[in-house]
Write a protein that binds this ligand. Structure first.
Ligand code: GDP
Ligand code: ZN
Length: 371
């Protein structure tokens, strides 16, 4: 008997097209689970079989042993580093382990975990690698402003943080107004208090004029010299007992500062990290350090290094720091973009000397760059 004839025998009349052949093939596939358990071959059509397997907890358990781990094999920890396929998690007693992501966990979260996340790990047996089972609800987070427009796009920069600290320098490199604004936007978007640290004060006589624009916009401004140690005490007091997320563009002295605050950090000073084609640092991870007086510092590569601020222009116009100090949007037109609309409260404030023109220029740069 030819192969063709054999197929025709046990198939209904219409089942001769290519699709039907495939279906036929699938239906006859050996159900390995069934075979293994009962020593019989399962003839049920695949659709029914699939549903049944999913409903049978025993089968599910065997397919994903990690899903039904007894409590004793699960541990809780704190995410201290994030990589593409794994994260480093600190367990009780300070032991750190590498945990592999599960696609289902990442899909449910919609992004990777972030440094500062509390997570549950599990492993099927003692020597197996840890899997990330759950990310516990975040109490707060520093997120990149703007909507999420891609699946698995990382918006969360750090989780469960109390405050945001921007490290800027007043000279070498000069104070970066745009960087400060992007970070301030992220902090206010995330509803987190912001501390501005002005480093390298040993190089100047007084605060640069443009840095003064931020004095009323941030919650606290602390001038320091990471090199001489001046101002460090005041900063330490502001950080004690809190989880602070640090950011700063490279060269401002962030490593020098963290080494001073956390002597065990041993960060390399003046370390030039590899840059990608766009001249940005490629580091996507962040690190977490314990402060001697309690509290933690999370060191992120920074909003700008990570790309964007894909904020809706209307939102930007409404929440740009300093435009509406009492929280009241009081331009004449509800959708005022503060360009040349009549009755624009932002322009009125500038003309009356209540708002530095540099604020509006910085707004325009962010609006036009779109990042
Ligand atoms: P990072 O890129 O922000 O981590 O900056 P680093 O900590 O690597 O410092 C960059 C350079 O600035 C190094 O040469 C440091 O010695 C120098 N630096 C750091 N803090 C100070 C400071 O307070 N005063 C002065 N004059 N130089 C500093
Ligand atoms: Zn306006």
């Amino acid at each position: 008997m030819s192969e063709q004839e054999e197929q025709s025998e046990d198939l209904p009349e219409e089942a001769h097209g290519a699709t039907s052949k495939r279906r036929h093939h699938r239906n006859r596939r050996v159900n390995a689970m069934e075979y293994w358990q009962k020593g019989v071959i399962d003839d049920t059509p695949s659709k029914e079989r699939w549903t049944r397997e999913f409903k049978d907890p025993r089968l599910k358990n065997i397919k994903h042993p990690i899903d039904n781990l007894p409590e004793g094999l699960q541990v809780q920890g704190l995410v201290v580093e994030v990589h593409r396929r794994t994260c480093v998690v600190r367990l009780a007693l300070g032991v750190s382990v590498v945990a592999r992501y599960r696609a289902t966990v990442i899909d449910e979260l919609g992004e990777f975990p972030a440094v500062g996340d509390q997570v549950t790990l599990g492993r099927a047996e003692a020597e197996a690698e840890y899997m990330l089972l759950r990310v516990l609800p975040r109490k707060s987070a520093l997120t990149r402003p703007g909507p999420k427009d891609r699946i698995n796009q990382q918006l969360t920069q750090a989780a469960n943080v109390d405050q945001v600290v921007i490290v800027a320098s007043v000279a070498q490199p000069p104070f970066n107004y745009g960087f400060a604004d992007r970070f301030l936007l992220a902090a206010s978007w995330s509803n987190l208090p912001m501390i501005m640290v002005l480093n390298k004060m040993d190089l100047v006589e007084e605060l640069p004029e443009n840095a003064k624009d931020f004095l009323t916009l941030v919650d606290q401004c602390i001038p320091i010299s990471a090199q001489s140690g001046e101002g460090i005490e005041q900063l330490s007091a502001a950080l004690a007992g809190k989880v602070s997320v640090f950011s700063g563009q490279s060269g401002v002295g962030k490593s020098t500062l963290i080494n001073r605050l956390v002597p065990s950090a041993l960060l390399r000073i003046g370390d030039v990290r590899i840059k990608d084609g766009k001249g940005r640092h490629t580091t996507t991870s962040a690190s977490l350090f314990d402060l001697p007086d309690g509290g933690m510092v999370i060191d992120t590569p920074g909003i700008r290094a990570l790309g964007l601020l894909n904020l809706d222009p209307q939102d930007l116009a409404r929440c740009f720091p300093g435009f509406f100090p009492d929280g009241q949007f009081n331009c004449r037109f509800n959708d005022c973009m503060h360009q040349d609309e009549p009755g624009c409260a932002v322009h009125e404030a500038i003309e009356a000397g209540r708002l530095p023109a540099a604020r509006w220029q910085s707004y325009m740069r962010i609006l036009e760059s779109g990042d």
